[in-house]
Design a binder for this molecule. Sequence first.
Ligand SMILES: [Ca+2]
Ligand SMILES: [Ca+2]
Ligand SMILES: [Ca+2]
Ligand SMILES: [Ca+2]
Length: 703
Amino acid sequence: MKKLLLLIITIMLILNIQIKSEGNSVKIEGKNFLYIPGYPILPYEIKTYVFDECVKIEKIEVKIKNIENIKTKIKIAPYPRSIQNGKEIKHEEWPDKWYDYRLNMGILNGKRVKLLSVYLYPYRYKDGKIFHAQLNVSISYTIEKIEKESLNYDLLIITPSSLYQQASQLSNFKNLHGIKTKVTTLESIRIKENGRDDAEKIKYYIKDGIKKDGIKYVLLFGDADVLPVRYVKTGIDEPSTVPTDLYYADIYKGDGSFSSWDDNNNGIYGEKDDGMDLMPDVYLGRLPASNANDANILINKIKYFEIPPQRAIFIGTGLFSDTDISEGEYLKDYIANSLPKIKIDKLYESNGLAKANEIAKEINRGTMFVNFASHGNPSYIGWSTGSWTINDLNLLHNDYRLPIVFAMSCLTNSFDTTDCLGEEFLLHQGGGAIAYVGSTRVAYVYVGSAIKSSLSGYLDFAFFRSYYDGYNTTGSIFDGAIEYYLLHSSFRNSLDRLTVMEFNLLGDPTIAIPMLPNTSRVYVKENIGNKIDVYAIANYEGKAQLYYRKQGGYKWKYYGESEKPYHWIFTPTQEGVYELCSIVDGEEFPLHGDAYCIYDATPPKIEIEAPENGLYILNHKILSFNNNITISIGKIEIKGKATDEFLKRIDIFADDEKIYSTSSSNFDFEWKGIKIGIYDIRVVAYDIADNTAEKTVKIARLT
Ligand SMILES: [Ca+2]
Ligand SMILES: [Ca+2]
Ligand SMILES: [Ca+2]
Ligand SMILES: [Ca+2]
C-alpha cells in the first residue's frame, strides 16, 4: 500500500453545550449522557466522520480552551445502579479526560469505510465541582492508494463438506435470485489457508474473499458441532468466555489492517489488548444445521419465505421486583416512541397480553418482527406471570410468513451448548422464524430507566433504529445495530464489549424485507470522481430530495430532487469529501450520511522550476535564450511541483518512455546517462479522480 499524498485537511469543531437555569438548580443540556453506575450523569457529544477506506487518519488534535469552574450549585442527575449493587458517587475526576476517540473500520451501506468517532466531554466532575471547557477538534488525514475490490460475489457460504449438497442448493437458489453466491467447504479452507486453528483459517478465507471477490455477506452454513465457533475472553467473571460469530465478521481494524483478535499473540482471543474494533466488515449470519435434515428445513424457509405484514410485536415484562418501573415495558415504550413509523402491537404484562397463547396468535397473524425483553435461559424466555418456551413453538403455524426475532434476554441463543430457543425458532416446521438475534450467554442491563441507555437494552433499541435508518436485510440490520451501539454508546468497558460479542444472528443474512414507508437511503457505485452518480432506494412513490454536506459539517444542504427511479449526478461547486443522504416526505435527517464521496473535478496544476530555456553544462546554466528549448551538455535536473486537493501521482516521460514517478507533490529528478537527441520531457500529474495535467519542456542533449 503506497502512501500517496497530500494536503492536510483540517476540520474544526467547536462544542459549546448550553446551560439553562431552572429555579435554584442548573440543568445541563445535551443529547447524550454518560450512564455509568456510580458516576454522575453528564452530557457528552459524539461526532462521527465517515471516510473512504483509502483515507488514512494521521492526527487528531483537540484544543482545550477556557476551562472554568461552574460555581452555581449544580444538581447532578441521579445515577443508575448496577444490577449487582449501587455505588456512591466517587470523588475523583469524571470522566478522566476531556475527549477520546475511536477509529473503526466496518461495512456501511454495502461499502467498506473507516469511521472516526470523537467523544467530547466538555463537562467534568471533580470533588463536588463541575468544570467546563471549550473543545476545538482538528483532524488531519492523507489519502492512500488502495486496490479496488472486484465485485465477483455478494455472498460467501462456508459449509462443512457433510452439508455441501444443501449449501450448493441454496447457492443455486441465491444465484437465480440475483445474489451472486459461492460455496466453499471447511475442508478445502483447511488446506488453502494458514492459521492456528480452523476458526482462524476461516477468518483468513473471509478476508481473501473480501479482497478477491468483494464479498459483502457471509453465511456460516452449520451449527457449532460442525462449523467452529470462536470463544473469547470477556474480561468479567460471569460469563468469563463467550462464543461469538462477530469474530468472523470483524476482519479489519481501524487502520485497515487484518484483525486477528489476538494482537498479543497468546492464543487467547478477544482480550482488551487484542486490538479488535468489534465493528463488522461483512454482514454475517449462521444457519444452525447439524445435519442434512436441519439444513433442508432451513433452506425451505429461505426459499419459500413470504414477507409478513410490516409490523412488530413487542413483548414487554417486568425484569426486577425491587424497582418502581417495569423495565421491559418501559424499554419497549421508549423504542416505540423514539421510532414512530414502526407499527407496533404491545403484549405487556400490564395489559395482560404477555401470555404464550397471545404471542402465538400474533405471530400466526403475521408480523415482520417479534421482540422479547425479559429473562431467559437456553430453552425459554420467562417472566413472573408467563413464559415462552421451546414447547410453545408448537403453537405456531405461520407457515412461511416468518418474522425476525430479537430477544433481549440471557442465553436464549446459546447455540453452541444445546439446541437452544433461537435455533428451534428457525428449525420449527410449519412456522417459527426466519432469523433470530439473541444472546449466547448472560446478558446485562442497567436497572430502572437506565435500561435504555446502555448494554442489552441499548442494543435492542439500536436494532430497531437500524431498520428505521433504512437497512433492510437481516445481516445489515444486525450489523447496523452493532455499529450504532459502538458509535453511540458512551464507553466501551467490558460489559459493552460483552454485549456486542454475545448477541449473534442466526439466519441467512441476505434475507430482505421492505424498508419502512416514507424512508429512503442513497448509495453511490463509484465514490471518487469528477461527477458522482447518486442513486436512492425508497419505500415511497413521490419525489426524493438529495442533501449533502462537506465532511465534518453540521448543516445538510439541498442539492436537488428526483422522480423514481431516483438518480442524481452530483457535481457540487467545491471539491472535497462529502456526505450524502436522501429525504422523502417526512423523513428525518440521518446522524451521518448514507453514502460519502470524494468529488474532484479540477486537474492538478504543474509548475516546472527547472530547467529553464537556455544552455546548461552539467546542470549549470550558462546562457538564457528565448527559444522554447533547453540545450544540455551532461546531466540535467528536472524539478518542480504539482498541486491539487487530491493529488495522486506525478510521472515524467522522455518522449514515450517513463523516466520518473513520485507520489509526493514535489518532483526533483537528475536525468543523466542518455543518448544524444532532442526529447519532449513531459511532466504528467494525476489526481484521485484521474483528472490529468501535462506540461512539456524540450531538451536537446548534446552529449
Ligand atoms: Ca490475546
Ligand atoms: Ca472492523
Ligand atoms: Ca446447537
Ligand atoms: Ca483535482
